[in-house]
Design a protein around this ligand. Structure first.
Ligand code: TXA
Ligand code: MG
Length: 299
């Protein structure tokens, strides 16, 4: 199956690829026509650049040009894994994939199928999350929509994504700054870099490419509550009181792993709204909070 997928990539076609964060919709990052198919399939605005996946640190010079000690240090520490780093772009990467920017977002995924696909296709793989624009990111193959399936030559089933939310994004163009929270925290990055990583201000994040107020959202409206009412559908830290209440663990790693899957389950149940009990406001919940805020933002 991976050989079939690798061939499809080389032929400029799309492949749904499992990663440890979320499923990606992958194409050859050096092929403009293939990249255009990703934007068309997702209904994604052209000003929202894609993340480029490579098989290992040794391939970094194929996609980026300013390979500093800091990148190598971070790469050795966190790759393969859920960290994306923004660097200066190498010329071979499609300008469509970076929305015309001179920078490129790169990561080495940890999921064995994703790494194998990078290796066997012998191409850097541009892959946004394999959902329609603004909708929930898929963390299991059954979450992939019919539209995305129809646009893909091969759909690889790699089981449930272990992390469950999108990668942390760190820009190393100029001063290091955090563009998106994720499983790897600003504190962990600061420790390896030996300098604090400013959390980009909300203002700066809004100005960064591809940042929209509403994102990661199910079709059913979400409401954040302190505690679900007995009859209300939603996600609870307590014991479920009705069939449309799902229990969530009071730990941010376990919660992130289940978040999109739980929302997909309730989204399919024709509910008027989904209640979500507010998690703690502590730093270790910041990646979960970023998703909850965006998913519950008004349309
Ligand atoms: O975990 C992940 O990162 C997943 C899996 C499939 O690897 N991918 C993912 O891709 O979340 P996507 O398209 O949903 O997120 C891409 C985001 C853009 O919206 C933008 O915020 C940022 O990455 N990005 C990409 N290129 C950038 C660049 N050159 N400069 C700044 N931000 C960039
Ligand atoms: Mg996405």
């Amino acid at each position: 199956m991976i050989d079939l997928a690798a061939r499809a990539i080389r032929e400029g076609k799309l492949v749904v690829m499992p990663t440890e964060t979320v499923y990606g919709l992958a194409a050859d990052a050096t092929n403009d026509d293939a990249i255009a198919k990703i934007y068309a399939a997702k209904g994604r605005p052209a000003d929202n650049p894609l993340i480029i996946h490579i098989a290992g640190l040794d391939q970094l010079d194929q996609v980026a040009t300013d390979i500093s000690d800091a990148v190598l240090e971070l790469g050795r520490h966190f790759w393969p894994g859920p960290l994306t780093i923004v660097l200066a772009k190498a010329p071979s990467i499609s300008r469509l994939a970076t929305s015309g920017l001179e920078t490129v977002a790169v990561r080495v995924p940890q999921h064995p199928m994703a790494r194998e696909l990078c290796r066997r296709s012998e191409r850097p793989l541009a892959a946004p999350s394999a959902n329609l624009f603004t909708q929930l990111s898929p963390t299991r193959v059954e979450h992939i929509s019919p539209e995305i399936r129809a646009a893909s030559e091969v759909v690889l089933d790699g089981g449930a994504s272990k992390i469950g939310i999108e990668s942390t994004i760190l820009s190393l163009v100029g001063q290091p700054r955090l563009l998106r929270t994720g499983h790897i925290s600003a504190g962990q990055l600061a420790e390896v870099l030996g300098q604090p990583i400013p959390e980009a201000s909300p203002e700066r994040i809004r100005l960064a490419p591809g940042q929209y107020a509403r994102h990661y959202a199910p079709r059913t409206p979400l409401v954040l509550v302190d505690q679900l009412a007995r009859s209300q559908p939603g996600l609870t830290f307590g014991d479920p009181q009705n069939p449309h209440q799902l229990h969530m663990p009071l730990d941010p790693i376990g919660y992130a792993m289940l978040l999109y899957h739980s929302l997909y389950q309730l989204d399919g149940a024709n509910l008027e709204s989904i209640g979500i009990e507010r998690p703690p406001e502590t730093a270790d919940w910041s990646a979960v909070w970023e998703r909850l805020r965006k998913a519950s933002a008004p349309e």
